[in-house]
Design a protein around this ligand. Structure first.
Ligand SMILES: [Fe+2]
Length: 202
C-alpha cells in the first residue's frame, strides 16, 4: 500500500490567527504531499516498500546505499509533517498537565524554562530543520534536527516539535522566525504530547 496523507485533523484556517490558512494549504497540500509522493517513489522496489515509515526511518542503514539519502529526506519529511499536524490544535496552548508537567519540571526546572530552551532551539537552528521535545532513555530532551532528519533515526522518540523551515512561516511572518515561534505556543496540543509521553515511558 502506498503511503498517503492522513486528513488534517482540523480546518485549514482553524489555527488562525497564529498560523494562517494560506500557510496550512501550501504546507499540507504541496510540501507534505510532495514528501509523501517522493517517499513512495524512493521505496518502490526496495525491501521496505509498504513497511511502516517509522520502521524505515529507524533502519536507514539497511537501505541500499543509493536510496539512503533520498529516503532520509523524503520519508523523514513525510513522517515529521504527519506528526506536526497533531502537535497543533485550535484553541489550545497553555501548559501540559499531570505526569508530563512533572517530568518537564524535573528536566528543565519549570514549564517556562522548558519554553525558553525550546524557543532558543527553534530560533537558533541554522538553516532548515526542526526543534523537538523527545524521549531518550526514559528522559525528556530538547534537540534540533537538520533538514528532515527524524529523531527516530537517532534512537529518540518524538513527542513534540516545531517546523522551522521557511515554508512553515514565511508567507505570514516573513523572516521573523521568532514571532512565528512565539505564536506557535498558542496552538500547542499538550494532550497529544502527554499521550506520546505516556506511551514512550511505558
Ligand atoms: Fe514543513
Amino acid at each position: 500500500m502506498p503511503y498517503t496523507l492522513a486528513p488534517l485533523p482540523y480546518d485549514f484556517s482553524a489555527l488562525e490567527p497564529f498560523i494562517s490558512g494560506d500557510i496550512m494549504h501550501v504546507h499540507y497540500e504541496k510540501h507534505h504531499q510532495a514528501y509523501c509522493d517522493n517517499t513512495n517513489k524512493a521505496l518502490a522496489g526496495t525491501a521496505f516498500e509498504g513497511k511502516p515509515v517509522e520502521e524505515v526511518l529507524k533502519n536507514l542503514s539497511q537501505l541500499p546505499e543509493d536510496k539512503r539519502t533520498v529516503v532520509r529526506n523524503q520519508a523523514g519529511g513525510y513522517l515529521n509533517h504527519t506528526f506536526f499536524w497533531t502537535f497543533m490544535k485550535p484553541k489550545s496552548g497553555g501548559k501540559p498537565a499531570g505526569d508530563l508537567l512533572k517530568e518537564m519540571e524535573g528536566a528543565f526546572g519549570t514549564f517556562e524554562s522548558f519554553q525558553e530552551k525550546f524557543t532558543a532551539a527553534a530560533v537558533t537552528l541554522f538553516g532548515s530543520g526542526w526543534a523537538w521535545l523527545v524521549a531518550k532513555d526514559g528522559k525528556l530532551q530538547i534537540v534540533q534536527t537538520a533538514n528532515q532528519d527524524s529523531p527516530l533515526s537517532q534512537g529518540m522518540t518524538p513527542l513534540f516539535a516545531i517546523d522551522v523551515w521557511e515554508h512553515a512561516y514565511y508567507l505570514q511572518y516573513k523572516n521573523f522566525r521568532a514571532d512565528y515561534v512565539k505564536a506557535f505556543w498558542n496552538v500547542a496540543n499538550w494532550e497529544e504530547v502527554e499521550r506520546r509521553w505516556m506511551e514512550a515511558r511505558n
